[in-house]
Design a protein around this ligand. Structure first.
Ligand code: IPM
Ligand code: MN
Length: 353
């Protein structure tokens, strides 16, 4: 049995999960080994309800679950940044609490092939509070970037799994070896990995990588990089794809310690879009991509091949033309969230029949 804790979070987070959650509830009714708990309070809406962006009841629910399915964390309509200054800290804390230390993002590029971005997400630039010194505005602020070679190798190992699935496509390792000691370690491990596996890995400085990701016609199959570089470059790849909604995000503990709390968190990579909340016009592609990743990650669910069904249903809908507001041509009539979900659910009913 797989237990999924639902943490819809803020803004469009709830509505964006409607389609995937309807599908999961149907699976559960049909006897699949899956149960959903929640929705649990999280982010700005968690703060509104309980005074905390990551309340104890939500942490307890994550201890009782195998994975998290999340919507978005960030600004929520009606709450100012002064009232709830850093809701994103809830996501960062969850990653640290459950050692969800590697981020794997899948960007679906219309008319092209997926780009996968793999990065470390609890060490390096994303280290916890013990590696930071806050400033009072007079004293220095400090962020210590520390990379453990074992953890870097682990990120490469995951990236290589994706690279091997796409032979012939480019693998890009991104660093800033001219400046950072951590990047020189990164590059050393990149070269050793290439030598040990025979795979071609292009080592590219982060500024050049940004340029190539905007300019080159062919995008790489895999980008493997340090947390902050990956945060920035994944948004650039989304821009190339046409929308931040075309990205599904998985944050995983590669040890897969099932039975001891959540092993991974799945979410669309976009923000909470407070101005669009309630309009039901958002593009739910990222949530469907996150669901496909979730189904592939959980052993009890992966066996049935459902992840491939979700992905092919989504691809069929998108390939047939699904002009959500973000992807529509000027003057083209647009599809809303519910119409989009209906199409995916219909395709899924055909694929899984
Ligand atoms: C993302 C976000 C997060 C990150 C924030 C909300 C902490 O930007 O998922 O890309 O930087 O990882
Ligand atoms: Mn980001």
């Amino acid at each position: 049995m797989t237990t999924i804790a639902l943490l819809p979070g803020d803004g469009i987070g709830t509505e964006i999960l409607d389609g995937p959650v309807a599908f999961l509830r149907q699976l559960a009714r049909d006897g699949a080994p899956v149960e959903l708990t929640g929705p649990w309070p999280y982010g700005t809406t968690g703060w509104l309800r309980t005074g905390s962006t990551l309340p104890d009841e939500t942490i307890a629910a994550c201890r009782d679950a195998d994975v998290v399915l999340s919507g978005a964390v960030g600004t929520h309509p009606g709450v100012t940044a002064e009232e709830c200054p850093n809701p994103e800290a809830a996501l960062i804390r969850l990653r640290h609490l459950f050692d969800l230390r590697v981020s794997v993002r899948t960007v679906r590029v219309p008319g092209g092939e997926d780009v996968v971005i793999v990065r470390n997400i609890t060490g390096g630039a994303y280290a916890g509070p013990d590696r930071r010194v806050e400033s009072d505005g007079v004293r220095d602020a400090e962020d210590h970037i520390v990379l453990d070679p074992v953890r870097v190798q682990e990120v490469f190992d995951i990236a290589l799994e994706h690279a091997r699935a796409h032979p012939g496509r480019r693998v890009m390792s991104v660093d800033k070896a001219s400046v950072y000691a951590t990047s020189r370690l990164w590059r050393r491990i990149s070269r050793a990995t290439a030598a040990a596996t025979g795979l071609v890995i292009d080592d590219v400085n982060v500024d050049r990588a940004a340029y190539e990701l905007v300019k080159d016609e062919q995008l790489p199959a895999v980008i493997v990089t340090e947390g902050l570089f990956g945060d920035i470059l994944s948004d650039i790849v989304c821009a190339r794809a046409g929308s931040p909604a075309l990205c599904g995000s998985a944050t995983v503990n590669p040890d897969r310690p099932f039975g001891n709390g959540v092993t991974a968190l799945f979410e669309p990579a976009h923000g909470s879009s407070p101005h669009r909340t309630g309009s039901r016009r958002s593009n739910p592609t990222g949530a469907w991509l996150a669901l496909a990743d979730l189904l592939a990650w959980c052993p009890d669910l992966a066996a049935s091949g459902l992840h491939a069904s979700v992905r092919s249903a989504l691809d069929r809908v998108l390939d047939a033309g699904a002009p959500t507001y973000d992807l529509a041509q000027p003057g083209e009539s647009t599809l809303d969230l519910d119409e989009f979900n209906e199409r995916v659910l219909e395709e899924l009913a055909t694929v899984t029949a």
